[in-house]
Ligand binder design. Structure first.
Ligand code: ZN
Length: 286
């Protein structure tokens, strides 16, 4: 169903299958096999077929290690955005260390694409209520649109006081940024994020469709590992986290293709042009 006036934003986080693991460190990463490029070609082909443009939030580390991945995404006309350098959680960093990490990422991306990234998503949505200083660092580094707000509670933070998850102008000190939060849907009286990760894989497609149809704004955050059912498994993850990390991968790619075909999608760049930001919700953070 293509609802009139509905805005659906398609985004991917470009990182390796192991980057979500909080125990793995940079010195071990290259000992793991690379899988970031296994599903990417078919995703790019599908997007071409549907004449759809997405935003790809890339790690600076990926830009340096696999520059060809970013080049190919950019050549197909998609937006290359920034997903930090090494996938550190923003709320656990200082403004200085976040600034250093962000600069490194933006420079690495620009070295590959020749263009500055102007959209950002924090690893694991970790710009939480105690890390609003991050907006100042983002603005000072030329970021114009942020997609890091998770407007409910989650294990690594969340931003429950953000309120309704719609495109918003965020003011922090003298800076103004466009915010595209992740949206939630209500299932049995509870709010769930279903546009990527565990619940995207867990929920049957008919439920995802029902939740999408109810909302005028839908934001996704898909990863190549969401589709990659042959990826190695981290056995040290706790029961619930293991389940959430690996459940439903086998059916995820066909579900994703259906979702792509059934709705009209745009990327962050296109959403910035379509939305009149003088009329959206505004929030002043301190
Ligand atoms: Zn990530």
């Amino acid at each position: 169903m293509k609802k009139a006036g509905q805005i659906n934003i398609l985004t991917f986080d470009i990182e390796e299958w192991y980057h979500f693991d909080i125990f793995s460190t940079e010195d071990t990463w290259l000992n793991y096999p690379s899988r970031v490029d296994l599903y990417l070609p078919r995703v790019l082909d599908k997007l071409d077929e549907l004449n759809t443009k997405a935003t790809f939030f890339c790690l600076g580390w990926i830009a340096r290690t696999y520059p060809d991945v970013l080049k190919r995404i950019r050549q197909r006309g998609h937006e290359i955005a920034c997903h930090s350098d090494k996938h550190f959680f923003v709320r656990e960093m200082t403004p200085e260390s976040f600034n250093d990490d962000l600069r490194m990422a933006l420079d690495s991306i620009e070295n590959v694409t020749g263009e500055k990234a102007v959209s950002f998503r924090a690893p694991a949505f970790t710009i939480s209520e105690d890390a609003t200083w991050a907006f100042e660092v983002l603005a000072q580094n030329g970021i114009e649109s942020d997609c890091s707000i998770f407007p409910t509670t989650r294990s690594f933070g969340g931003f429950p006081s953000f309120g309704e998850a719609v495109p918003t102008l965020v003011k922090y000190k003298d800076y103004t940024l466009k915010e595209f939060p992740i949206n939630t849907g209500e299932v049995l009286g509870k709010q769930f994020v279903f546009g990527g990760g565990g619940y995207f894989r867990l929920f049957p497609y008919r439920l995802i469709k029902r939740l999408m149809n109810k909302s005028d704004y839908n934001m996704t955050y898909l990863h190549m590992r969401d589709f990659d059912y042959e990826q190695p498994r981290f056995k040290h993850l706790s029961g619930m986290r293991y389940f959430k990390s690996y459940y439903g991968i086998k059916g995820a790619y066909p579900k994703f293709e259906k979702m792509l075909t059934d709705y009209k999608w745009i990327n962050v760049e296109q959403a910035v042009q379509q939305i009149n930001f003088e009329e959206v919700k505004q929030i002043t953070l301190t």
